[in-house]
Design a protein around this ligand. Structure first.
Ligand SMILES: C[S@@+](CC[C@H](N)C(=O)[O-])C[C@H]1O[C@@H](n2cnc3c(N)ncnc32)[C@H](O)[C@@H]1O
Length: 263
């Protein structure tokens, strides 16, 4: 028999009111969030400046990845709170490993994995150290990280060494959106070529961009594509302005790396 003092069940998502406020409190303790995850109906970053990020963004390119990832291993480099790792797990990938240099985001990712019951491993690792994992992955996600790095081409070369089948890549881009035809060589006296519209350019940020001092290098489109090719990738799809799906280019020479990175 129900008591008159029994609280009315009030549910949003799969939680009753008390569980929902406990969940909201735990999420607030882990703030600030960059990924807006849905944890049993409780959003982690509902006021995100990019909207429902990265869910809306992912919808622009989700179709270039296989719906069924059973049999695929995944490495998510710069995983943040794990949105993309969880999406790959939902598609059947295993193992899924997310690495990030920031313990704050890893704490969020681990908390979210617990709530979602997702067997995704999250590890504190910089992109410069991913060789330490000691294996390749069928799919590597490297989104939103390149422009945060002081050594972007080194990072891309290191990523190349752990990609087995596919790379999903995204970077912020600025500057010209045209792509110039660039010859494989020029005479020493050819100066104008560097100023030509659509020549590959990597813009250096000495101080801040968008208030963020971790933004270092922002390529234009031509530079992004040239860097991907130079690191040994073939571009398979360009589903959104900033997003590329690539595969290892079997014909490309492996990139040279400084001795400390040759393992
Ligand atoms: C803009 S967020 C992108 C997060 C996620 N990949 C996405 O696309 O939404 C950049 C992430 O890269 C991480 N990061 C920055 N430098 C890194 C490094 N050297 N190695 C690994 N992760 C790094 C940051 O901690 C942050 O989580």
């Amino acid at each position: 028999m129900s008591s008159v003092h029994q609280p009315q069940a009030f549910r949003v998502g799969s939680l009753d009111r008390r569980a929902r406020s406990a969940r909201a409190r735990e999420i607030a303790e882990l703030a600030p969030w960059f990924h807006n995850l849905d944890l049993d109906g409780v959003p982690t970053a509902p006021e995100h400046f990019l909207g429902d990020y990265p869910r809306q963004f992912f919808s622009l390119f989700a179709h270039v990845l296989p719906d069924d990832l059973h049999g695929w291993s995944v490495l998510d480099v710069g995983c943040n709170a794990g949105f993309f790792s969880f999406e790959m797990w939902r598609r059947g990938a295993a193992p899924v490993i997310g690495v990030d240099a920031d313990p704050h985001y890893l704490a969020q990712a681990r908390y979210a994995a617990g709530v979602l019951g997702a067997p995704v491993e999250f590890a504190p690792l910089s992109v410069y150290d991913i060789g330490q994992i000691g294996r390749r992955f069928d799919l590597v996600l490297f989104t939103g990280v390149l422009y945060h790095l002081r050594h972007p081409l080194l990072a891309l070369d290191l990523v190349r060494r752990v990609v087995g089948r596919r790379l999903l890549f995204q970077t912020m881009m600025r500057g010209e959106e045209t792509i110039a035809q660039v010859a494989s060589d020029y005479p020493f006296a050819a100066r104008d070529v560097f100023g030509a519209a659509g020549y590959p350019k990597l813009h250096f940020i000495e101080h801040r961009y968008a208030g963020d001092q971790t933004n270092w290098w922002v390529p234009n489109v031509a530079c992004t594509e040239a860097m991907l090719r130079s690191a040994g990738f073939r571009i398979l799809a360009h589903p959104d302005t900033e997003v590329y799906l690539c595969e290892p280019d079997g014909d490309a020479e492996p990139p040279d790396l400084p001795g400390a990175f040759m393992r």
